[in-house]
Design a protein around this ligand. Sequence first.
Ligand code: NI
Length: 170
Amino acid sequence: MGHPVLLEQARSVDAFDTPKLHALIEDMRDTMQSKSGAGIAAPQIGVSFQVVLFGVEATPRYPDAPSVPFTVLVNPVVEVLGEELEDGWEGCLSVPGMRGLVPRYSRIHYRGFDQFGNEIDRRVDGFHARVVQHECDHLQGILYPLRIRDLRQFGFNEELFPEQEFPDEK
Ligand code: NI
């Protein structure tokens, strides 16, 4: 947080299934997995393109979270379904060691492409919808602290959740 690339609108990808795109995705996947993240967006590794990755299966960062299929999403478009919001705790690889309580839309419809240009079109809710909104926000230059409504609900992991362990963030 603080690097200007994280505040930029990312550019759309115009060529699929290229060595450059595959290399970017591999770098993102390595970074996300080494930090046990639920997702990552290209600007987080300094590349201002509309590419996000996400997927959750029993990560130590979100021990109670339901699983989300591993997904590569390029040039995403997110449409909100209904007005319902729900609060949930979020962290971010660009804001290490911290959590904040963030309202997100409960249900969304998202579309985009995988790295080969195949279309992705899903209606999701709950944690899956939260992860997609968080990652796609990165492509608009929005970090989750900008979404927090009550900044008293923002702080260091160890202070907010003293009983929980954060093995990957020390
Ligand atoms: Ni993030």
